[in-house]
Design a protein. Structure first.
Length: 95
């Protein structure tokens, strides 16, 4: 196999594996079966952004002035949770 073909197949495999990645685990311990966790599906189009779940912040959200947020799906254990959310509303006014 040529070097270019090998590199291309490696890129394709990486893309396929990242697409198969499940929800981000937001609890300690080993992964649990999907029927034993609650899945929070974060809709990017809603304007609401989840910055923290139970005091676990999105990677860059602790930096002052930045508003990074979780994306995709989060796996939580069933029960009560605390979410830190911000919401952006953009309106356009005709002049």
């Amino acid at each position: 196999m040529s070097r270019i073909a090998f590199q291309l197949s490696a890129v394709v495999m990486a893309v396929l594996l990242s697409a198969c990645a499940g929800p981000r685990q937001m609890y300690d311990g080993p992964p649990r079966p999907r029927n034993r966790v609650a899945i929070l599906d974060l809709n990017e189009d809603s304007g609401a952004r989840v910055m923290a779940v139970d005091s676990t912040y999105a990677p860059k959200a602790k930096r002052r002035g930045e508003r990074d947020h979780f994306k995709g799906k989060l796996a939580l254990l069933p029960g009560r949770h605390t979410l830190k959310v911000y919401y952006e509303l953009t309106r356009y006014v005709k002049a």
